[in-house]
Design a protein around this ligand. Sequence first.
Ligand SMILES: C[S@@+](CC[C@H](N)C(=O)[O-])C[C@H]1O[C@@H](n2cnc3c(N)ncnc32)[C@H](O)[C@@H]1O
Length: 238
Amino acid sequence: MGLTDPEKNLALDHARRVREMFARISPRYDLLNHLLSANIDRRWRQAVVRKLQPLLTVNAQILDVGCGTGDLSIALFEKTAARVIGVDFCHPMLEIATRKAPRLRFIEGDALRLPFPDAAFDAVTIGFGLRNLASVEHGLAELRRVLKPQGWVAVLEFSQPATPGIRALVALYYKQILPWIGGWLSGSPSAYEYLPDSISHFPNQQKLVTMMREAGFEEVSFQNLTGGIAALHTGRRM
Ligand SMILES: C[S@@+](CC[C@H](N)C(=O)[O-])C[C@H]1O[C@@H](n2cnc3c(N)ncnc32)[C@H](O)[C@@H]1O
């Protein structure tokens, strides 16, 4: 990654904290996802499937990075003819994914050092994972590395609502309601304080387009989901 030693230590510390946090909330992760988003998270993942479906050939191989409990991997597997591998660095999340979909392959690995050779996949997805990486730039570079030329990347992530009114309402929800319910049901209030904090530090739609282009992706575009509460960015490795 070309980092100095202090930068490496910071990145390792960040990764450890994120991994431990997801391990703590893993038993309630799915329930809270669906509850806190009023089930809209399912529709957001379906948007990824709809976008990639026409772009994939029959035997396409997809890597789902930061697959967590597997919901995006499973949606991709069920709706496309592709072979799907999920990768995540949090073992308890992967255990749940494997229980839900024993026929899929889930592998333990770090998104910043993916355990795959260059140009191995026809498509790479990352759903609500990029925001959690120590470096978005390095994450994008690693996603690109494992993509075949002409392959597609799809980044599903929380983003910035397009209209000020919705932005204010969502900010209120993130600050006042989400940490309270999330903390109560998961037993880990800090995880649900981290969530809005990480969203607020994540690049907005246009900035992420720029970063994806800088990482070497072409044909980069995005679609807002639910008024921009989330966004789906796609790009192609040439
Ligand atoms: C918010 S969850 C998203 C899970 C799933 N993609 C979904 O749509 O529900 C983020 C996941 O990214 C994983 N993650 C975060 N940083 C990672 C890294 N550096 N390498 C691999 N997985 C990582 C976490 O362990 C967690 O399972």
